[in-house]
Ligand binder design. Sequence first.
Ligand SMILES: O=C(O)CCC(=O)C(=O)O
Ligand SMILES: [Fe+2]
Length: 399
Amino acid sequence: MGSALSFHLGRLAVLLLQPLRRMRTESLKSGAMLVSDNLETRAHCGQNTPAEPKFAAQRLICECFYTDNYHIKEVNRHVSYVDRRSFENSEEGRKILTPLGTARRETIIAALEQESRRRHNLLAEALDRSKHIRAHYKPLHPEVYELRAEWIHPELEAIRATLFSEGGSSSQASKAEVRALRNRLREYPPGVFSFPVFTRDFCQRFVAEARHFNESDMPKARPNSMNKEGVLLEECGYYEGLLDPLLDKYLKPIAAQLYPDYGGATLDHHRSFTVKYHEDGDVELAYHYDDSEVTLNVCLGEQFEGGELLFGSMRDCASQTSRYPLRHDVGTGVLHRGHHMHEAVAVDSGVRLNLIMWLRSSTERNFIQPEHGRQRPVKIPPTRGSKAAWCCHFNEQMK
Ligand SMILES: O=C(O)CCC(=O)C(=O)O
Ligand SMILES: [Fe+2]
């Protein structure tokens, strides 16, 4: 309770400072927007490490993040939004608002304003939460915050070995190595690959740790714009010890071979979170595409019926009628392109918990940017995470 109170006092301070932050970002020239400097990332919270800020990372956020792709539920449309006046005066805004009565119009504007505020406050709030968690959270299973050999399913180790069997690097895998890799993976539907990732032991501990965090009074954010339940794993300290190494050592070498045209070889950062479905919370996830080049979706448990993953077509494909259901066992990961449309059907009973990694490539995102007519510096960070300044293209449905 005490830590919850101190967190809320901290939030109050951030809200008071918010106008200053906004002024600062708004005063920056168009192009990449330096949203918040001196962003610290937390020390790994599983180890009770002293809460010293380890480094200062600068984050670049694409200006379109604040303006593009606002979803209006009432009319199921995505729009651009800067502020009320310009929206009401825009052609797009007029088309949507004019046929509606005052009450519905006001509801829509209020929701757009709320979403705009949410986006502007996002980084500062995330930083607050992670500082608070680092300082106050006592994990039940500190061991799941690091990638131990025993957490990795032996099959994934074997899959990785196929790519290095001739002693080279995965980026120069031979044809034989790539064939061997594909032979070990299940591909269904085309372009969607399943393979074991974690051992059951890891999944059980991770689920228990997630429950422990959930039951704590730590501050929690929504994992993305569509799921309400689950946690953002960066804030909880899972990146440095567990997920960054998982990406570097296993996922990137595999994705480099499977998705060379979708940034697979240059994946250098990720947004990772858990999603949770059960009768009394989120039960399903609507058809969508991800804000990622490649996504890894691992089923962690717990016990549930229903909740299958369904895959459709790529986002830009005109026909979106067929759906391919995928069985997803505990510990298994499904790797797919972020723009491969998919949904999760309702759980009939029990609790379904999944680990989602939206894997991203700065190279890819900076490369596509000019096509969208944005003016931004093309800045490709040397590495991900602490040292990375990174710019994203957020023209996506889920954030
Ligand atoms: O619930 C699932 O398995 C799907 C989650 C998902 O698609 C996402 O978070 O992007
Ligand atoms: Fe998704």
